[in-house]
Write a protein that binds this ligand. Structure first.
Ligand code: TXA
Ligand code: MG
Length: 371
């Protein structure tokens, strides 16, 4: 299907954290439900169309989660393999109940009360109303309540739970700006709702709490430590499992988050050595503000002091945008990025960096840590 893709700006900028949204959300949503861009998006979705919408993490490509032919359009626009299930976005607990089998468990309720709306996706047993295509034939469904007022307004206005993967071409870094979506999906979708830049920048935490111990299938801004403190038990990070037998998050086996150009990871203490090694190359080097840069760098090296080591969330917010920018820069042939501590949101940021660096189109950057 080919479309004239319209980018429609909402009369609203930025996202809110879940606390503010809890306090001021109702008032704001009342106003936003009258926004022309929100109304247009809701109308298209009700007609079974797909629309790109901002969330607090990344832009999503949304469709009515209960309409198989609408969901099918998501897979074809993204070029996404059909065995990779989608996350369903809801605006209320009532809507969640309409998607799952059985009651909301005690653990799930604790997580919901603390982290929704926000970047936490929870795996539930799937109810009969969710078509197979949405959950890729699994008996489970992944659900989250996003914290971006624009997608919440669209969900409320349309009355639909929205299946939405990241709105990028499959395999490429997720979009954190409307322009990124346009670059990937122009002509393939009817509308992009432009809500500015995404606040978090990396995709939501995906957690499965149905078993003995909670397992994080994909780390995100809601960190393992925060969840562990709340539930008062150990939380396992799936990617730290040495023995990965069956792939628990089906999407894990695909190439992810990767720019076309080779991406390498280095330690800040190795900066001098690195700059010598790549002195003849057209390379971009992403470093922290705290890293001491030796004098006399070659002109062919593009040095980007992009973040503070004290604020790993900054790198999260910018990561995909930087990778896309550098990928498009004709003066850059290779990209190097400084390693940060895999703690808190740093765990999610390093997870994405390792995946992007280890993409099959790349040479092995060494170190053996990437997977
Ligand atoms: O922040 C986000 O989560 C963004 C925004 C748009 O909400 N969405 C997103 O969706 O990142 P996507 O499709 O790019 O990633 C969804 C991940 C995949 O790794 C998928 O395999 C996993 O969630 N997933 C979905 N349903 C699942 C299920 N039933 N069981 C296990 N993993 C599931
Ligand atoms: Mg994705």
């Amino acid at each position: 299907m080919s479309y004239q893709t319209e980018v429609v700006k909402a009369d609203y900028k930025g996202s809110l954290n879940s606390q503010v949204l809890k306090e001021k959300g109702l008032e704001l949503l009342k106003i936003l439900k009258k926004d022309k861009a929100v109304l247009k998006a809701a109308e298209l979705l009700k007609k079974g169309e797909i629309v790109a919408l901002p969330t607090e993490t990344v832009y999503g490509l949304a469709a009515d989660a209960k309409n198989p032919s609408a969901v099918e359009k998501i897979f074809s626009a993204k070029g996404r393999p059909q065995d990779n299930p989608l996350i369903v976005h809801v605006g209320s607990e009532k809507q969640l109940s309409s998607l799952i089998k059985g009651d909301i468990s005690l653990k799930a309720q604790l997580l919901i009360d603390r982290f929704w709306p926000g970047p936490l996706t929870i795996i539930f047993n799937k109810g009969a109303q969710v078509p197979d295509i949405t959950s890729a034939g699994l008996a489970t469904v992944a659900v989250r309540m996003p914290a971006h007022p624009l997608i919440l307004a669209v969900i409320q206005k349309s009355g639909l739970p929205l299946a939405a993967p990241s709105a990028n071409t499959s395999g490429y870094p997720s979009p954190t700006k409307a322009q990124h979506v346009y670059a990937d999906l122009k002509g393939k979708i009817p509308m992009i709702l432009d809500g500015g830049s995404c606040e978090v920048g990396v995709e939501s935490t995906v957690i499965d709490i149905r078993g003995d111990k909670p397992v994080i299938l994909r780390p995100g801004a809601v960190s393992r430590i925060k969840i562990s403190n709340l539930l008062e038990e150990e939380v396992i990070l799936n990617s730290s499992h040495k023995k990965r037998t069956a792939a628990p998050a089906p999407g894990m086996k695909y190439r992810h988050y990767a720019p076309e150009k080779n991406l390498y990871i280095f330690r800040s203490e190795d900066i001098r050595e690195l700059l010598q090694k790549i002195s003849q190359k057209k390379a971009a080097v992403i470093v922290s503000k705290q890293t001491e840069i030796p004098k006399g760098i070659e002109d062919n090296i593009k040095l980007l002091k992009a973040f503070s080591r004290k604020e790993p969330a900054q790198l999260g917010r910018k990561l995909y945008s930087l990778l896309r920018e550098l990928d498009a820069d004709p003066n850059v042939e290779e990209i190097y990025i400084e390693k940060i501590k895999a703690e808190g949101i740093g765990e999610a940021v390093m997870n994405r960096i390792y995946k992007a660096a280890a993409a099959e189109s790349h040479r092995d950057p060494g170190g053996g840590e990437n997977q």
